[in-house]
Design a protein around this ligand. Structure first.
Ligand SMILES: C[S@@+](CC[C@H](N)C(=O)[O-])C[C@H]1O[C@@H](n2cnc3c(N)ncnc32)[C@H](O)[C@@H]1O
Length: 368
């Protein structure tokens, strides 16, 4: 039996499987154009190793994986997954092209494949991912097993393959995996806010604090308490000399749809803690600018998808036509409502090269 806090953490870690299964479905349906070839190794690693994770048995792991991967997602979920991935990719691309020599830090990177894609595409970038040690081990086992992942992260040839066959082996395995350009580190982000700051900084030694750094938090900080949410951002704002942020999170907007999002998740035992404390774009802007000293550019995903603000052109006409032809989507009002509850926020502090104006414009709430 897990203690209540360990049970809560297990549920939060399980959200990674949701995110992965959504990406697998969107990729299979053709939303990303070319299939994301890095997804399959991560799914395979989950299939082999989830049974050894805290709070799972072979049977419950099998049931969980079947529930995640056996049914296709609704078109509106696929569209949302595509938009979120595409928008963050665009911001990362622009940041990297603008800053040239820089680094990316993905908080709660889970099974996301962006690190592999970015490292493959841009040779001047360093990329670090942190998540709970157990999830980092699942990703590390995938990397140790497959050459395509090793090649993407610049791992030397001849690294040892580790196969885990029991809970004890997974528990005792060293979580981190580091190359010259990539670091995968097992770390509980709450320690940035609560713990000894010097100790927390030691977990991020891979980063050069003087380099422009883009911190990505894709549906991660929402699982922290409001105090930890602010504490984590403050920690990185102090630790890095030129920090930028791209944050994707749900927000309540204080309406009925927001309430039903909270109750759906609380039925699964998940407490979306910052959802209500910072319920709107305006409250998030005030937090970033007034409390944390970032310049912030904000929008919601309905605007990114072209559902609420015309002519923002996050997507080209061809791309809109391409994804519209993949699946029938007659629930336009429903998807607009859902996407309005997801914020996309870019923030920067002391950056040498500023965020491109064209993207600043797209991220301004006053255009809504
Ligand atoms: C919804 S998943 C998103 C994963 C990934 N960012 C993506 O978009 O595919 C949330 C992730 O945040 C991680 N996470 C949540 N709280 C965390 C914490 N305190 N420390 C480290 N990781 C955390 C979870 O383990 C999980 O991998």
């Amino acid at each position: 039996m897990l203690l209540p806090t360990a049970r809560q953490d297990k549920l939060v870690r399980a959200t990674d499987l949701d995110a992965l299964s959504c990406k697998v479905c969107a990729s299979t349906k053709g939303y990303f154009g070319e299939k994301d070839r890095f997804l399959a190794p991560l799914v395979a690693s989950y299939k082999s190793n989830l049974q050894f994770c805290d709070g799972y048995t072979a049977l419950s792991a099998e049931r969980t994986l079947r529930a995640a991967f056996s049914t296709a997602k609704f078109p509106l979920i696929n569209r949302g997954t595509f938009l979120r991935t595409r928008a963050l990719d665009m911001v990362v691309d622009r940041f990297v092209l603008e800053q040239k020599k820089c680094q990316v830090l993905a908080l709660g990177g889970g099974s996301d494949t962006r690190a592999f894609r970015v490292l493959e595409k841009y040779s001047q970038v360093k990329y670090m991912e942190v998540d709970f040690p157990e999830l980092v081990k699942i990703k590390k086992l995938a990397i140790l097993k497959l050459e395509i992942l090793q090649a993407a992260v610049g791992a030397n040839e001849g690294i040892d393959l580790i196969e885990v066959t029991s809970k004890e082996e997974l528990r005792d395995m060293y979580s981190d995996f580091v190359t010259e350009r990539y670091a995968l580190v097992g770390f509980d982000l709450r320690l940035c806010s609560k713990g000894d700051k010097a100790q927390a900084a030691a977990a991020f030694l891979f980063l050069d604090p003087s380099l422009p750094t883009l911190i990505i938090s894709e549906c991660v900080l929402c699982y922290l308490s409001p105090g930890d949410f602010v504490g984590v951002l403050r920690f990185f704002g102090d630790f890095l000399e030129h920090p930028s942020l791209i944050l994707f999170d749900p927000m309540s907007l204080g309406d009925g749809f927001g309430h039903s999002m909270v109750s759906n998740l609380s039925n699964r035992g998940i407490d979306l803690q910052t959802f209500q404390t910072f319920p709107t774009l305006e409250s998030r802007q005030a937090l970033l600018e007034e409390q944390l000293g970032f310049s912030a550019y904000l929008t919601d995903m309905a605007a990114v998808g072209g559902f609420s603000v015309p002519d923002l052109n996050w997507l080209s006409q061809e791309e809109v036509q391409r994804i519209s032809s993949l699946e029938m989507m007659d629930e336009v009002e429903e998807i607009t409502l859902m996407l309005r509850h997801y914020s996309l926020i870019y923030g920067e502090k002391n950056q040498r090269a500023h965020f491109p104006e064209e993207l600043q414009w797209k991220l301004q709430p006053k255009y809504k």
